[in-house]
Design a protein around this ligand. Structure first.
Ligand code: MG
Length: 172
């Protein structure tokens, strides 16, 4: 890839937006508005009874409450795994003794640079959640069967939750 120009449009603590003009590796010219993002870590917490812990919160872009896997932005200097451990603790109060990577994916690569990394977290110990000031999060355990039914009936609409659950259940 060869960057010809990059026009800065907007920046906050989470994202940066630019309009980039570039040549792809084959020399094809591309111009796109791009949302740059440091990447996110996602956690699929599964307990000894094979139940899955989901969080429920209002999502302004979707304009609805969504059931999701715990997740969050990777902070500067953090690895994806360190961010996963921190987010699980902050959002649910849980700690896990066993961690393994399930998948990496780009949720919307047409305009968004964010890469998500999903980890399976098992051998869980529950504790007190410590959400950020701008987060209001409810948590609940579901059986795998319940999660499948929620996916089938559109009660789970979040992409990382679809991918994390299906990769764990059917494509580990
Ligand atoms: Mg979060």
């Amino acid at each position: 890839m060869k960057l010809i120009s990059s026009e800065h449009v907007f920046e906050n603590s989470l994202i940066r937006v630019s309009v980039d003009h570039a040549l792809d590796p084959s020399g094809f010219e591309i111009k796109r508005a791009i949302v740059h993002h440091p990447g996110s870590a996602v956690v699929l917490p599964v307990d000894a009874k094979k139940r899955i812990l989901l969080v429920h919160q209002y999502r302004l872009p979707a304009q609805k409450m969504l059931w999701e896997l715990p997740a969050g932005k990777i902070d500067p200097g953090e690895t994806a795994l360190q961010a996963a451990k921190r987010e699980l603790k902050e959002e649910t109060g849980c700690k896990a003794k066993k961690w393994s990577k399930l998948a990496d994916f780009y949720p919307s690569p047409g305009f968004l640079g964010e890469k998500m990394t999903i980890y399976l977290a098992t051998e869980l110990v529950e504790g007190e959640a410590t959400p950020m000031d701008d987060e209001r999060i409810e948590k609940k355990w579901f059986t795998a069967k319940e999660v499948e039914e929620m996916l089938r009936t559109g009660k789970i609409l979040d992409a990382k939750t679809n991918i994390g659950f299906l990769r764990w259940k059917y494509l580990k």
